[in-house]
Design a protein around this ligand. Structure first.
Ligand SMILES: [Zn+2]
Ligand SMILES: [Zn+2]
Length: 164
């Protein structure tokens, strides 16, 4: 019986089809060792490795990694939204209220503009949907557990009245 994430690992699925002679366990161990340029696949393979007891020996690189072309779509962003949101924040993260961790070359405090309803989910590039965050809070909004993100969103909404 293979774990849930195998279905979502394209490299693993291909490996399983290519190597029917190995046991499920052997095939899984082999498959999660395949380098991938797909960030989601990489994350899932890392998740698979977390379940390994003991931790398998790390792979040793004998050449620079292969390169894969990617194609991606970028959203057109309005500079006026970024400037408004950054200036409203006044150099302080609108979520945790800590000061920006450093300044840019031009002296401006480094914060990142995040869309509460994410653009990829159909959100608007509008000041009512955008906040200035420190890099830690920004990463957390994209990668933390649901429970943490719900808490942070509550904090954000009480800190930033323009979100409505
Ligand atoms: Zn923060
Ligand atoms: Zn974001």
């Amino acid at each position: 019986m293979l774990p849930w994430y195998v279905e979502r690992l394209r490299g693993v699925r291909k490996f399983l089809l290519d190597h029917p002679e190995f046991s499920d366990r052997q095939r899984l161990r082999g498959a999660i060792a395949i380098p991938t340029a797909d960030p989601e696949e990489l994350r899932l393979a890392t998740t698979a490795l977390k379940e390994g007891r003991p931790l398998p020996p790390p792979p040793r690189a004998t050449a620079p990694p292969a390169k894969h072309p990617i194609s991606m779509l970028r959203f057109a962003r309005h500079p006026g939204v970024i400037e408004f949101v950054e200036r409203s924040a006044g150099g302080v993260c609108e979520c945790c209220k800590n000061p920006a961790p450093f300044r840019r070359e031009d002296g401006s405090p480094y914060l990142e503009v995040h869309h509460v309803n994410m653009l990829a989910a159909g959100g608007y590039d509008d000041i009512k949907n955008a906040v200035a965050l420190c890099p830690n809070c920004h990463r957390a909004f994209h990668h933390a557990s649901d429970a943490t993100r719900v808490q942070m969103l509550r904090r954000l909404r009480s800190n930033v009245p323009r979100l409505g």
